[in-house]
Design a protein around this ligand. Structure first.
Ligand SMILES: *Cc1c(COP(=O)(O)O)cnc(C)c1O
Length: 281
């Protein structure tokens, strides 16, 4: 049988052929080997993982879990019920993902046709631009000022009829800036879909500086999506558990794209235990 590498080369979508692979943080073991040092000497700070790890309830529940051979509940019922209480909205508004990363990807797949625009505020979370490019969308960058704040006027001016998603992170990664909710409300009034990434909300809520989550506002705005994750505050980055708080009109479409078993049984158990445990903020 002859191999025909030119076919696989020419059959790939032109957009994908032009992409470069995501360059993420280097694995600590690999870094240690490259530097010729013991792995224990590497202090890993590049991915905002929680050095304290998860609640002890998580490892206890996972060691006792008896049905690893059965596929996860694709409706994520128990985890969504537990989350519902934490979030303060009914489970219909909630979807778990294989990390919040997967939900960013699902949103982009649901909303972006080639040539559509997303608004990004660099420096911000790298997955927004990465995923937008996989959909052949255009990333419109609104520049931050010298203190990394966002001008809402400039943001409003950046919107065009092709704008599909505005990707706001509050508190922002990597700068920590919090976006006033009054600004976000002005943006929501435009009718554009605003994806508000609150990955660090639990830390901001704990520091007493007046951070206000917009999670429950999702019930009142059909164009507000809030993203959260268990990777950071709950120390579960390795298990991949994030969630989206979705208006029902958005949820309807994301369920059609969600891979049925996207959130594995260990992550679903860990989510419930984290919400029950003493580590809960
Ligand atoms: C870490 C992080 C995420 C992704 O979290 P996962 O649930 O691990 O995919 C999303 N947004 C921001 C801003 C982050 O820093």
């Amino acid at each position: 049988m002859s191999t025909r590498p030119e076919i696989t080369r020419s059959a790939v979508r032109a957009n994908v052929a032009g992409l470069s692979a995501y360059s993420g943080p280097e694995d600590p073991g690999q870094l240690a080997r490259r530097l010729g040092r013991p792995t224990e000497s590497i202090i890993k700070l590049d991915a905002n993982e929680n050095p304290f790890g998860p609640s002890p309830l998580v490892s206890e529940a996972l060691s006792q879990y008896g049905t690893y051979h059965v596929y996860p509940d694709m409706s994520q019922r128990l985890a969504r019920e537990a989350l519902s209480e934490y979030v303060g909205l009914p489970p219909e508004h909630l979807m778990l993902g294989n990390g919040a990363d997967e939900l960013i990807d699902l949103l982009m797949r649901a909303y972006l046709d080639p040539g559509d625009e997303v608004v990004d505020f660099p420096p911000s979370f790298g997955m927004y631009a990465f995923n937008a490019h996989t959909q052949n969308a255009r990333v419109v960058e609104v520049q931050r000022d010298g203190r990394f704040n966002i001008s809402i006027e400039e943001t409003l001016a950046s919107l065009t009829p092709r704008t599909k998603l505005v990707l706001l992170t509050s508190p922002n990664n990597p700068t920590g800036n919090v976006q006033p909710t009054s600004d976000i409300r002005r943006l929501l009034e435009t009718g554009h879909l605003v994806v508000l990434d609150e990955a660090y909300a639990e830390f901001a809520a704990a520091d007493g500086q007046g951070f206000e989550s917009m999670m429950t506002d999702v019930a009142n705005y059909p164009n507000l999506v809030v993203l959260r994750t268990f990777s950071k505050w709950a120390g579960l980055a390795g298990l991949r558990a994030g969630y989206a708080v979705l208006p029902l009109g958005v949820a309807e479409h994301l369920w059609k794209l969600k891979p049925p078993f996207n959130t594995n049984v260990a992550a679903l158990v860990a989510v419930r235990e984290s919400l029950a445990g003493p580590g809960r903020i």
